[in-house]
Design a protein around this ligand. Structure first.
Ligand SMILES: [Zn+2]
Length: 50
């Protein structure tokens, strides 16, 4: 997961992502991406605003 974080970026603002076990949170726009079966769902239309 750590290596994946290096290549992944927020699909909306390209910001860095913070790993929170059950989801990823963008450090810039705070958009929340679910992690399903260990795979982050990076579709912006699935992401939640916090
Ligand atoms: Zn973002």
């Amino acid at each position: 997961m750590k290596d994946l974080l290096k290549v992944l970026a927020c699909t909306r603002c390209k910001g860095n992502l913070d790993y929170k076990k059950t989801h990823l949170v963008c450090t810039k726009c705070r958009l929340k991406y679910s992690i399903i079966d260990g795979i982050p769902d990076m579709l912006p239309e699935h992401a939640e605003k916090v």
